[in-house]
Design a protein. Structure first.
Length: 99
């Protein structure tokens, strides 16, 4: 991963703002896929997919380690993100099934 070498605090902050914007776009994209997935499932328990959640978090922790990030930080971020997206997926599931 290559990053721009900044020469000032303001320049570094501008680059961080750009990264934050991309992170939010990627989270929105992920959430859109989550909503699609809701249409393939047949029950709320299937929506919750505990095994899948565990696998996703495990992979994210491993990638964090490989990128020299705190795996605990990534774990916490993913737990919060997934919890919110599961709620979104449940709502989408209920709407799709007329529940």
């Amino acid at each position: 991963m290559q990053i721009k070498q900044c020469n000032t605090l303001d320049e570094a902050r501008i680059e961080i703002d750009k990264v934050d914007e991309e992170i939010i776009k990627l989270i929105a994209k992920r959430n859109d896929y989550i909503k699609q997935i809701a249409h393939f499932k047949t029950s709320i328990d299937e929506v919750k997919a505990e095994d899948r959640i565990s696998d996703v978090i495990s992979k994210a922790r491993q990638q964090a380690i490989e990128l020299d990030l705190s795996p605990n930080l990534i774990n916490d971020l993913y737990v919060r993100m997934i919890d919110g997206m599961v709620e979104s997926e449940i709502a989408e599931f209920r709407n799709a099934k007329g529940l």
